[in-house]
Design a protein around this ligand. Structure first.
Ligand code: HEM
Length: 482
């Protein structure tokens, strides 16, 4: 520590107490990426007394978040999200330590990639429901995708089967997660920088954040309690389905003590909260990309046709469908689901490239910036799955697989295998039976959707129109007879 303290801080915009308030709140990843030309790839900001560094390159990210994972794996204290809105049960926001480890180990136990038969069967079943729903009301594709993604995780976590047209848990999750998405980007709320503001009474004129937090808090609590209480009731009635929660509750004849029960409850709810909306964003990107790139869609359909014919694909076909696989990677790169990843926090004073990084610094990996660096991903704004097909170039770090979409080091997304499997099976199945085309306006002209995303922690394509048509009579038969 003594040696570190004498070192300069990394470069960054110099700001007074008040000027720092104007940190970018919309599309901050683009502003941070642009700052790279001025300050480089490690940028230091001091925001109302809080040290923050933004990492704009994969080298800096891997040097710190991966190689020094022993000290860069905590999370910043998030007053708005954790204390005020009540997401303290979400283990993705827990500080590094035994409590977090306990949660993460339990998660791994139930979502191991080599233990995937159960979740793969479920993902295929829910994809088939999606195909049926798309046949009936294609214009509601956004809702159908949301339903299917939620159905997979709800089933794995709680054994809960949701109806073909959705249910109120999905609506509850949507509302609760909307709060998280809005408050999730560090910098959106002043109270994150000045935690004492949490004591301001809710009726205070400037305390709208408290009123917002209060409304979200109720939903957040319900999200963790309601499905868990439901399952305990089902266990009493003997009507439960096997799932994470029942396996854990039944694993000990003496029952779980209240602390262990809390961990099970938190992990199940975290899987649901972290695992449905994220996947929805990637799948919506797929519908958007296919609408604007019919030529890419056609190539994918040709691959499907030559490899598997007219039957529906299965997850076991994955190795034989390289172009579909590349589409999935490109979806994650083109417009990443979490453009700024999830912030890490450094637990000790550190030194990097001759600069000091003080203990407690929030570390923001600019995933969007590394995925749009033209040196690594030539012509980065273009949706181009082919970039991943050239394996020799990929080995030289040009167009390498976009693993960074799932975060880094010890906090890397533990649901990434489940996520990639689901995205793959949805992409392959939809393209087997449907064409995704431009919708027409009232004059019969094509509507070209804009590529516009929300500026939130979880970034989604903004609402757009497309026309989802069965590819043939045979395709309709396949879907209706599933
Ligand atoms: C396209 C889909 C997904 C994307 C892009 C994604 C991305 C991420 C990212 C960026 C992180 C933070 C990593 C870090 O701190 O460096 C994360 C953490 C996490 N993800 Fe995912 N995720 C996806 C799907 C899922 C699914 C399906 C699940 C659950 C079934 C899941 C569960 C989690 C959990 C529990 C964490 C917290 C890990 C921790 O803090 O230790 N994710 N994810």
């Amino acid at each position: 520590t003594a040696t570190v303290l004498g070192l300069p801080l990394p470069p960054g915009p110099k700001a007074s107490w008040f000027r720092t308030l104007s940190l970018p709140t919309t599309y901050p990843w683009i502003t941070y990426a642009n700052w790279q030309n001025i300050y480089g790839d490690v940028i230091y900001l001091r925001v109302l007394g809080n040290p923050v560094i933004v990492l704009n390159s994969s080298v800096a990210i891997s040097d710190l978040l991966e190689r020094r994972g022993n000290i860069y794996s905590s999370r910043p204290i998030r007053t708005m999200v954790v204390e005020l809105i009540g997401w303290d049960w979400l283990f993705s926001s827990m500080c590094y330590g035994d409590r977090w480890k306990q949660h993460r180990n339990l998660f791994h136990k139930h979502f191991r990639p080599n233990d995937s038969d159960r979740y793969r069967a479920l993902q295929q079943k829910e994809t088939h429901t999606l195909l049926r729903n798309l046949l009936q009301t294609p214009e509601n594709f956004r809702y159908h995708i949301r339903r299917s993604a939620a159905a997979v995780v709800l089933n794995l976590s709680y054994g809960h089967q949701i109806a073909q047209d959705g249910d109120d848990y999905v609506q509850l999750a949507d509302k609760a997660i909307a709060g998280l998405a809005q408050a999730g980007i560090f910098g959106t709320y002043l109270v994150d920088y000045l935690p004492f503001l949490k004591y301001v009474p809710a009726w205070f004129p400037f305390a709208s954040f408290k009123r917002e937090a209060f409304a979200w808090r109720k939903l957040t609590r319900e999200l963790v309690d309601r499905p868990f209480d439901m399952i305990k009731q089902k266990l009493v009635e003997g009507t439960e389905f096997p799932c994470l929660v029942t396996q854990e509750l039944e694993s000990r004849t003496a029952g779980l003590d209240s602390e262990d029960e809390e961990v099970v409850k938190n992990v199940a709810a975290t899987a649901y909260a972290a695992g449905s909306d994220t996947v929805v964003s990637a799948i919506l990107s797929f519908f958007l990309a296919m609408t604007i790139h019919p030529e890419i869609q056609k190539r994918a359909q040709d691959e499907l046709c030559s490899v598997i014919g007219t039957r529906l694909p299965a997850l076991s076909d994955r190795n034989d469908l390289p172009f579909i696989e590349c589409i999935c990677y490109e979806l994650l790169r083109w417009n990443p689901v979490t453009p700024l990843g999830l912030a890490h926090c450094v637990m000790q004073d550190d030194e990097y490239r001759g600069y000091q990084i003080p203990k407690g610094t929030t570390v923001i990996p600019n995933v969007w910036a590394i995925f749009h660096d033209p040196e690594t991903y030539p012509d980065p704004m273009r949706f181009n799955p082919d970039r991943f097909m050239n394996f020799s170039a990929n080995e030289e770090k040009i167009n390498e697989k976009p693993d960074a979409a799932f975060g880094f080091g010890r906090r890397i997304c533990p649901g990434r295998h489940v996520a990639l499997d689901f995205i793959f099976i949805v992409v392959a199945s939809v393209l087997t039976v449907y064409d995704i085309c431009r919708a027409k306006d009232e004059n019969g002209n094509d509507i070209n959707p804009d590529v516009e995303y929300t500026s939130l922690l979880l970034s989604h394509p903004k609402p757009f129109k497309c026309d989802i048509r069965p590819r043939s009579e045979d395709a309709i038969t396949v879907v209706t007879q599933m």
